[in-house]
Structures are given as structure tokens and as C-alpha cells.
Design a protein around this ligand. Structure first.
Ligand code: ADP
Ligand code: MG
Length: 238
């Protein structure tokens, strides 16, 4: 577990500034949802925490340490994407083990970590299957497994459920929340779905065109929106 601090984070692509200065101090074990319409900068913000984009201005700290100059692999984070792209020719076990193999972890440790994650995710019966032999929900769990085995201090999710049908999305949403509670890993979760945000978040960041219009607990934001944009976005039907 670790705290995550963003101080006056800005991002420009060329001359265009797309993130205009975002501040938040995230507590150990907190579940933060970054929510807002398409194009408002959610992925860019998350990718700066991950180290997949450079920060134009401001500071990212994980566990109190500045990480602006650190590579993604050095950041003690694990990311789950929308297009989680499992390796089709590898078994579930190998898909989950891959990152650890690359990192040069010893075999017995890899086996133990994968077994542990498989148990947690109810994937034990499927470890020898290929991804195409799994349901959408199971594939999503494998993607989660890949993140869990690394034992990161921070989970980063970028719309991890948006390729799933509505029913499965609700089920997986609950699973992610339960898992996060159980592991207590500090999490940043991006979605454009305000219902998903309201359900999952300890606190949510409502983004509007590169700014954090409001940061707060879901009910607080719902009951007391600070801008017209927030009122419209949170109040509007899904
Ligand atoms: P969201 O995830 O909320 O849909 P993004 O973070 O993907 O939004 O994008 C925010 C803005 O930054 C958009 O205007 C997008 O076009 C722009 N953008 C994102 N990535 C790049 C890039 N690599 N180069 C130029 N512009 C980009
Ligand atoms: Mg995005």
C-alpha cells in the first residue's frame, strides 16, 4: 500500500495543454475514481501516474517519493486496461506469470504468487486453458491476476470493464471492489460511467476538460455539486 500525491499536474501535447493543474492527496488503501466524459483527460492523468506519459509540470509522488523520472516498472504500480490483450497462445498460468518471468523472479515464487492470485480470483480450474477458452468475465479476471501477482502498492484501472456486457460489468464491478477491500491496495480507477463511479469510489475526481471540477465522496458530490457541469454529469441518467 502507498499514498499517491499529485501536485499541480499539467500535461501538454505539443502546444496544447490538456491537463490544467490537478491536485489530490490519496490515502493508503483509498479507492479513487476518475470520472468524466470522453476526451476530458482521464487516461492521460492515469498514464502520468503510471509513467507511460511524462509530466509536463507538477509532481507525482508514490509512497511519499517523487517518481516523475522513474520508469513504469520502477513505480510499484500495476495497470489493468480496457483492452487487456492477453497472450492468446499462452495458458492462463503463463499469462499471469509473464510479468514476473520478465522481472526475473525465481520459479517457485512465481508458482506461489500465481496460485495465490488464481485462488483469490476463482481461476484455479482454468490455469491450463487458453484465453479463447474462457468467458469474458474470466478473461477480465486473468487481466486482474496479472496485476495482482506483482503485489503492487497501487492499482491503476483504465475503463477495465467497458468491453463487457452490462450484466457482467455490474458483477465484475462488485468483484473488483471486494478484491480491493480485501487487498487494501490504493487504487485509481478511470471510467466515463457515473454510476460505476458512484458505486466504487471512496472519493471521486469529476473531470471536465482537463480540470478536476470536484473531488469528494460520491454522496457529497451528488448532494452538493460544485459546478453546473458536475450537477449535469452526475445527475444525468447513464
Ligand atoms: P479520456 O481518457 O478522458 O477520454 P484522454 O486522456 O485520452 O481522455 O485525452 C485527453 C485529451 O488529450 C484529448 O483531447 C486527446 O485528444 C488528447 N491526447 C491524448 N493523448 C494524446 C497524444 N498522445 N497526443 C496528442 N493528444 C493527445
Ligand atoms: Mg480514456
Amino acid at each position: 500500500m502507498a499514498t499517491v500525491s499529485l501536485s499541480n499536474i499539467k500535461k501538454s501535447f505539443g502546444r496544447t495543454e490538456v491537463i490544467h493543474g490537478i491536485d489530490i492527496d490519496i490515502e493508503d488503501g483509498e479507492f479513487i475514481v476518475i470520472v468524466g466524459p470522453s476526451g476530458c483527460g482521464k487516461s492521460t492523468l492515469l498514464r502520468m501516474v503510471a509513467g507511460l506519459e511524462t509530466v509536463t509540470e507538477g509532481e507525482v509522488r508514490i509512497g511519499g517519493k517523487r517518481v516523475n523520472e522513474k520508469e513504469p516498472m520502477e513505480r510499484d504500480i500495476a495497470m489493468v486496461f480496457q483492452n487487456y490483450a492477453l497472450y492468446p497462445h499462452m495458458s492462463v498460468f503463463d499469462n499471469m506469470a509473464y510479468g514476473l518471468k520478465i522481472a526475473g523472479r525465481p520459479k517457485p515464487e512465481i508458482a506461489e504468487r500465481v496460485a495465490e492470485a488464481a485462488k483469490l480470483l476463482q481461476l484455479e480450474p482454468y490455469l491450463t486453458r487458453r484465453p479463447r477458452e474462457l468467458s469474458g468475465g474470466q478473461r477480465q479476471r486473468v487481466a486482474m491476476g496479472r496485476a495482482i501477482v506483482r503485489k503492487p502498492s497501487v492499482f491503476l484501472f483504465d475503463e477495465p470493464l467497458s468491453n463487457l456486457d452490462a450484466k457482467l460489468r455490474v458483477q465484475m464491478r462488485l468483484e473488483i471492489k471486494q478484491l480491493q477491500r480485501r487487498l487494501g491496495v490504493t487504487s485509481l480507477y478511470v471510467t466515463h460511467d457515473q454510476v460505476e463511479a458512484m458505486t466504487l469510489a471512496d472519493r471521486m475526481i469529476v473531470m471536465n476538460a482537463g480540470r478536476a471540477d470536484q473531488i469528494g465522496a460520491p454522496l457529497e458530490v451528488y448532494a452538493n455539486p460544485q459546478t453546473e457541469f458536475v450537477a449535469g454529469f452526475i445527475g444525468s441518467p447513464p
